[in-house]
Design a protein around this ligand. Structure first.
Ligand code: BAL
Ligand code: ZN
Length: 873
């Protein structure tokens, strides 16, 4: 496949002013008539061919200004349409294609999901519908007419506002016409047709514009859509209040479908969602699901401004809409819930998903400069690190400066297909500042390491902080420049309060913000009356790996006293991580008892909210520890150490955990609010340690929790513990869960993921058996992500088993899935991204498995090939 380069960007020679689409829907032979109004740009030389993108298309007819084109006037292939010598004046091109939605297993373009016609066009799915300039900078005004059988497709939805509906005379068919007045790229096109029902609400924007909100689901699921509607209304209000952004159409429709590659899609006025991010009730959804729904509904809605009204010039600019919109959804959730807890959750996600990516063969800049398959770049780096970069801009400029920059961005670029440079320029101009050094974050990949050391001079009353940044080489970038790193900090005095300094020298320091610009900087703080413990990178102010240079005593001090909740949590994490690594190496960590005692205090601290205490108790995952070790990893040793540590903490603090567990009362009527969810999470975290302890009665307590559960959070949480710790009752629990939830796909996904994540001598056999279970299907991404993704993501010992069985299995299923759905296959095969960190025995097996994929006797998709080649590079 061709390497696409940012430097090759050129405007289209022709402009598509309007596009009028007619869909005659039939499961196996849908006809699409597309009428494009085109004109050449002023500088387009006469005779320049019009080249439109296609993908597996069949052309039925083509007319220019109403007349069929002669055969020699065009060339049509499944992946391209070339019109030779188009007119130099504005002209109309009518293109009729035929597509097969029922056979579309890739779930890109127009396809059928459970009998519902739906589309997914980002990034390049529209070219599977009709020939078009399928690129984000080709903005056009779309009108869509949908025709379908009325009985099986009573609901017909398109982008924009509804225009007209009616019967088609003499047939059982009907039609609907939708018009979207906002010019948009093809990736935001959508249509839905099917037998759906909806819940509705009336919304009035801040300026008084009425909007009809509808969430469409399969019949019978309407009671599970209420939380999504609630989240949507809150998102709309929040965007008005926080960014001054209002909705801009008469209707906003959301549709939930069961077969969907991504989480959801922000098509203009017609968001299409993976049903996992719409459907929830206490019986089938966990607190995390409720939170995820709130986030994703908000995220897609926020795209209306950051993504749709202002879109990307080309796909290299993906972070322009995704990083920014993730930042916006994170801020929304922080305002709706607990800000420190949300920050911890986001950093946990960043460190577990983005850090491994950035420290392995798949590392790439937030704004990449080349790709083979754009679908491979919907990554944690573009999304989550992209959001961190926006957050740093806010940290550097302050809330007001940030808002001024955003206001200018909306004002200046509304209706544009923009770039990261455009975005940064708005912050620079609105704040009269220079962000050129900061911008390196968009272009230089890799996770910087920040190493700190300090000394105190009692006589001079100075505290000296030495900070050194290094960024390891990443693919294509052997040498690194120093980053501009904003470090929020405090100098914590012996009484736990921050010490004020009288003067700081050696770096730009403003209040609690220190900005590093060089490889090595020494900052001297004056007027420091007693030796402080530095608390660095508060709120995780930059996406770096910090080596704080503190001893265990100091870390425990921060864990107990830091006024920054994030760093209290971080101190506990750092201690756990260091100790787990020592235990993995067979050593007994110093200061373990003191740490465990501090952990107990944090868990019992009534001044902290429940969710925070739950997070404080969280052990780093086996994957996190493997990443921290970084080379010659033995996942069995990590797993054994982590199990032993959990058991030890559980046994030492059993009484404490029991006390906390018993004292927390959760209201009897289920509510998904953050406070109630926090209580459930802390209870389950206590139960985790009690279950790990092996102490008599703990298994029965865990089983009792499972049996008494009246909501999915508790039921799934307790079942997971029974299975993880292989307790008596695990088998019964799995059976009871299956019996209760069989037939409810999203609930059974949880059952599959619990079974997939369980440590087990022969994990691959277990997974193989489960692929035969009626709850599983290779064709529905959610099922695959739950079972296979659960195995690859949570069963570290199983996937990285020294005999290579996990690697062999991943090679096998990658090849299997690639035949039907390359996007899903490619997502899974990314799990090989950590293979170079493993020990020699495992590396040999992983490399062989990767080579087997590459050399397989089948045509590999560009998606999978690109990932495998990068892994092997
Ligand atoms: N644009 C793809 C899905 C999302 O990030 O919202
Ligand atoms: Zn997005």
């Amino acid at each position: 496949a061709q390497l696409i380069k940012l430097t090759d960007y050129e405007e289209t020679p022709y402009v598509i002013e309007t596009v009028s689409l007619v869909f005659k829907l039939h499961a196996e032979a849908t006809e699409v008539v597309s009428t494009l109004s085109l004109h050449p740009r002023a500088r387009t030389p006469a005779g320049t061919a019009l080249e439109l993108d296609g993908d597996e298309l069949k052309l039925l007819s083509i007319k220019l200004n109403g007349t069929p084109l002669e055969d020699d006037a065009y060339d049509a292939a499944p992946d391209k349409l070339v019109v030779h010598n188009p007119p130099t004046e504005p002209f109309k091109l009518e293109i009729t294609t035929q597509i097969n939605p029922a056979a579309n297993t890739r779930l890109m373009g127009l396809y059928l999901s459970d009998g519902i016609y739906c589309t997914q066009c980002e990034a390049e799915g529209f070219r599977r519908i009709t020939y078009y300039y399928d690129r984000p900078d080709a903005l056009s005004v779309f009108t869509t007419r949908i025709e379908a059988d009325k009985a099986s497709n009573p609901i017909l939805l398109g982008n924009g506002n509804p225009q007209e509906t009616g019967r088609i005379d003499g047939t059982d068919r009907h039609f609907a016409v939708w018009h979207d007045p906002h010019p948009k790229p093809a990736y935001l096109f959508a249509l839905v047709a099917g037998d759906l029902t909806c819940i509705s609400e009336k919304y009035t924007t801040a300026s008084g514009k009425p909007v009809d909100l509808n969430i469409y689901v399969e019949k019978g699921n309407e009671q599970r859509a209420g939380w999504s509607m609630d989240s949507l209304v809150r998102s709309m209000r929040w965007d008005e209040k926080t960014f001054g952004r209002e909705y801009d159409l008469d209707v906003f429709n959301i549709v939930a479908v069961s077969a969907f590659n991504m989480g959801a899609m922000e098509n203009k006025g017609l968001n299409i969602f993976n049903d996992k991010y719409i459907l929830a009730n206490s019986e089938t959804a966990t607190d995390l699901d409720y939170e995820g729904i709130e986030t994703v509904v908000a995220h897609e809605y926020f795209h209306n401004w950051t993504g749709n009204r202002i879109t990307c010039r080309e796909w290299f600019q993906l972070c322009l809409k995704e990083g920014l919109t993730v930042f916006r959804d994170q801020e929304f959730s922080s305002d709706e819930r607990s800000r420190p807890v949300k920050r911890i959750a986001d950093v946990v996600r960043l460190k577990s998903r983005q850090f491994p990516e950035d420290q392995g063969p798949l590392s790439h800049p937030v704004r990449p400069t080349e790709y083979k398959e754009i679908n491979n770049f919907y990554t944690a780096t573009v999304y989550d690190k992209g959001a961190e970069l926006v957050r740093m801009i806010k940290t550097i400029l302050g809330a007001d400066g940030f808002r001024k920059g955003m206001d200018l961005y909306f004002e200046r670029h509304d209706g544009d297909a923009s770039t990261i440079e455009d975005f940064i320029k708005c912050f620079e101009e609105a704040n009269d500042t220079d962000l050129s050094h900061f911008s390196l974050w968009y272009h230089q990949s890799g996770t910087p390491h920040l190493k700190a050391s300090s000394s105190y001079d009692e006589a001079a009353k100075t505290f000296t902080l030495e900070l050194e940044q290094t960024t390891p080489a990443t693919p294509g970038q052997p040498e690194k420049e120093p980053f501009f790193i904003p470090v929020r900090f405090g100098l914590v005095g012996p009484n736990g309060e921050d010490i004020a300094y009288s003067k700081a020298e050696g770096a730009r320091v403003d209040g609690d913000l220190l900005c590093l610009t060089e490889r090595k900087q020494t900052v001297v703080f004056h007027g420091i009356g007693s030796k402080p413990v530095p608390s660095l990178l508060r709120e995780f102010s930059a996406p770096v790996k910090l080596e704080a240079g503190l001893n265990r005593h100091e870390q425990i001090f921060l864990m107990r006293h830091d006024i920054d909740p994030f760093n209290r949590w971080q101190a506990a994490q750092t201690l756990m991580s260091e100790m787990l690594i020592e235990m993995t190496n067979g050593d007994i960590p110093a200061g373990k008892d003191a740490f465990i005692s501090a952990l107990a205090n944090m868990a019992e601290d009534e001044n902290l909210d429940h969710a925070f205490r739950g997070f404080g108790l969280m052990l780093p995952s086996e994957k996190d520890i493997a990443l921290e070790i970084g080379k010659d990893v033995d996942t069995d040793a990590i797993g054994a150490a982590r199990d032993a540590f959990a058991k030890e903490i559980g046994a030492s603090l059993y009484d404490t955990f029991e006390r906390i567990y018993s004292a927390i009362e959760v209201s009897e009527t289920f509510s998904p609010d953050a406070a109630s969810a926090g209580k459930r999470s802390l209870k389950l975290r206590c139960l985790y340690y009690m279950a790990a302890s092996g102490i008599e009665g703990s298994a029965a307590l865990t089983k009792a929790h499972f049996d008494a559960a009246d909501n999915m959070t508790d039921r799934m949480g307790a079942l997971n513990l029974l299975v993880t710790w292989n307790l008596e009752g695990a088998k019964d629990g799995l059976q009871a869960f299956e019996k209760r939830h069989q037939g409810t796909a999203l609930a059974m996904d949880k059952w599959l993921s619990i079974a997939a994540g369980a440590p087990n001598e022969d994990a691959v056999s277990t997974i193989r058996t489960l692929t035969e279970h009626p709850a599983f299907s290779w064709d529905i991404p959610n099922r695959v992500y739950s079972l296979i993704g659960g195995f690859l993501g949570s069963n570290t010992r199983g996937f990285h088993k020294a005999d290579g069985s996990g690697y062999d299995y991943l090679a096998e299923i990658t090849l299997h899935l690639d035949k039907n759905n390359p996007q899903v296959a490619s997502r899974l095969v990314k799990s090989f991204g950590s293979w170079k960190n493993m020990n020699a025995e495992r590396r040999v097996k992983a490399k062989a498995a990767l080579e087997r994929i590459l050399n397989a006797d089948q045509q590999l998709s560009t998606d999978v090939k690109e990932i495998v080649e990068r892994c092997l590079d």
